[in-house]
Design a protein around this ligand. Sequence first.
Ligand code: FRU
Length: 555
Amino acid sequence: MKQNLFLPSGYHLEFWAAGNGFFRINIDGKTVWQVPSFAPQPEFFKYHHREACEVNIVTNAPEAVLWAYGYQPQTVNETGITVFEFSEEGILRRTGAEIEDWLRSDPDRPALHFSPIRHWMNDPVGLCMIGERWHLFYQFHPGGSDWGPMHWGHATSRDLCTWLHMPVFLHPEQNLWRLGATGGAFSGNAFRDRDGSLMFSYTERLPAYDLFKGYREIQNIARPDRRTIKVESIVTVLEQRPAGVEHDFRDPKVWWDDAANAYRMILGASIDGDPAVLLFGSGDLLEWQYLGPLYRAPVNFREEGARAVECPDFFRLEDKWVLVMGFVGHIEPTTRRHNLLYALIGEFTNDRFVPDTPELQLLDFGTDYYAMQSFEAGERQIAFAWLFNWEYRKPEGSAYSGELSLPRVLSLSEDKKKLCMLPAIEVEENYVAIPVARDQRGDYRLPSAPIEIRLSGPLQGSKLVATQGGELAFEVSVADGILSVRLAQDDGSIDYVAQLCDAEDLCLFHDRGIVEIFADGGAICGTRRGYRNINPDHLGISASASVQVLERQPK
Ligand code: FRU
């Protein structure tokens, strides 16, 4: 394949490639940059173009290029990246709205939920707002649509709903593919240092040859460049694990703590086999002291398979502190659900977290709301989570894997006993609402589009059944105060249920296999991701509550 392209001065081309072949950039018949031969494993390459001119790109292995994009640092914050798709026919380039149209042309890709253009995504990380822009980073594997060496992907938005795709922000320390290892730049957060500069914390898992044990995880602090395009400098600040803490030692959340007049960091880990959250303190971000466990899970979690805490989140909300955790490996014994997140509400004084009650709140009764990360923005605490659990996969051959939840705003229930989550107002503002039906029971046709269903009034006895050509997409029902949800893939071995309290309001989004349910003012949430690609064309409703069905489309 040969193609002439005009590249402006200062242009960056970044790509990952694996296979057999070469790649050359020629100017006026002379090779100015090349990869003489790709390796069998993926490898990262970057070309920096100096003077505006036409180049000739030549490769005998376009299929070896796994993921490629170009950008100009001066303008990428406005334009986003240009995606380069290599094929025998040449290079197809797409930017901004062209990328959006291209993604929307995939009938199986959710329209209201963020997904990567290509390849594997997991946890949302480093969430923050800079000026007028929301920044979303995410665990990303640019080498394929399965989990692998971890990078930080990046996207920005002005409205929390439509996203501009940005260059990969953070890379693993070593070429893990070539080592035959996994690991890399794991999850972490964004925070402001004492002087107000934006910084990131994250875990680097050093090259690992076993997914479940014996690896080493260290904590890094990173400073971004002035345009927030790439990490500019990285310092390793914590390597030693406290006694009793095994290999799981990750997912820092760092913040400047006014009460302590110092930095605080929490990490997900285990202590003598019990999942735990560890608290560290520092005056300068470089030297960290272990201040003790912030939380240690009761012994039943270990007995039920939990190995460690992942992605702990800890934040002030109204006049309380909230701790959110995932227990990796845990299976809830009565319903057989796994991949659940739990929350505790309490007081945090003198570096001690005292929950108001030892009882953990199940944060989402589906099993596809994991690795939630929240961040403070103005008066709001906003959260995204990864809609996935390891039990189910996208069908073979999918261009990407992984979606994020709708942006949710966190609050406390009136009695301050529950953490509540509801879609951010931006969802209402940015997704057009076209009425499909109102106050109607019985059966009717659905458009081939994302939908929102709202019920208000007594929910007891309600049932919503969405089907395509008679095949089940999802069923949601309320009986004896229990809300339950069922998808086509369910064989009945797991119960997706929640006990309602008020049972007076319910709102449900369906977006190409994603079901997000909010009930009891957001105190009960349930998220499921089905991969059967069933797009309901028919909805049966029996309910005494008042009903509203809306078609939802990005503007
Ligand atoms: C959670 C998690 C984190 C880790 C990251 C690695 O999904 O396992 O604990 O940092 O994903 O991709």
